[in-house]
Design a protein around this ligand. Structure first.
Ligand SMILES: C[S@@+](CC[C@H](N)C(=O)[O-])C[C@H]1O[C@@H](n2cnc3c(N)ncnc32)[C@H](O)[C@@H]1O
Length: 217
């Protein structure tokens, strides 16, 4: 089974260190939740985030939301979907997940996930935070890391079982630790410019579908 992995995704709860900032406190009051139960969101917590380390890579759950909607919509069942977060957590999304298309509902669902560790429906686990590390998720497949600095993408790179890794953050580079955890990977580029995660996901998903569908026919 192939895997799509959204790497270092901007998906985390509000960290303790900024939980008493006025922007967070007022959002928590409005949402009737504890500050540390809120999903960190740059569009609401901008002023509170100024002091955070790696601030440029954090607080963008909308990126993960968009990429997940795209991947989950694919009719091809030959791949699994994982989200690796900036805090090194691994979340598995079952292909049967019907993710809310509304962003605010997605935020509520992710807050629930971080609280309970999993989301179930009709006795089936749909979304789950796994107790595993990144190397176990990439496995011994061919690891393709999408990056503007890689060799030009070619369809033949998808010939064997693959783990396709796309950054789920807006700015900055992958951490060295993440790159080490990928093991032997191939850096693959779709062009020399930096594209959005959504554009890269859609482009590589199209290529992937084309290759896998032609294998079936
Ligand atoms: C907005 S970028 C993150 C910013 C960062 N400067 C970068 O390009 O890695 C989001 C992700 O899209 C992918 N990406 C962006 N531009 C790409 C390109 N030209 N070719 C392949 N992947 C790309 C990478 O996985 C990247 O982490």
């Amino acid at each position: 089974m192939d895997r799509f992995i959204i790497l270092e995704s901007s998906l985390e709860l509000v960290p303790e260190e900024i939980a008493d900032h006025p922007a967070i406190v007022s959002d928590a009051r409005r949402r009737r939740k504890k500050a540390v139960e809120l999903l960190l969101d740059d569009s609401k917590h901008y002023s509170a985030m100024k002091t955070l380390e790696h601030r440029e890579k954090r607080g963008r759950p909308d990126i993960v939301h968009q990429c997940l909607l795209l991947l989950l919509d694919s009719p091809l069942r030959s791949f699994e979907i994982y989200v690796h977060t900036i805090k090194d957590e691994i979340i598995r999304f079952s292909r049967d997940t019907r993710l809310p298309r509304n962003y605010n509902r997605f935020v509520g669902l992710m807050e629930d996930l971080f609280k309970k560790g999993k989301i179930e429906a009709n006795g089936k686990v749909l979304i789950e935070i796994l107790n595993v590390e990144l190397p176990e998720i990439v496995g011994d497949r061919n690891v393709l890391l999408l990056t503007e600095k890689g060799e030009r993408f070619e369809a033949k790179m998808l010939e064997k079982e693959v783990s396709i890794c796309i950054g789920g953050f807006a700015h900055g580079d992958f951490f060295d630790k993440t790159l080490r955890n990928l093991g032997r990977y191939r850096a693959v580029s779709l062009g020399r410019e930096s594209y959005t995660s959504l554009y890269v996901t859609s482009k590589i998903l199209c290529e992937y579908e084309r290759v896998r569908s032609s294998e079936d026919s």
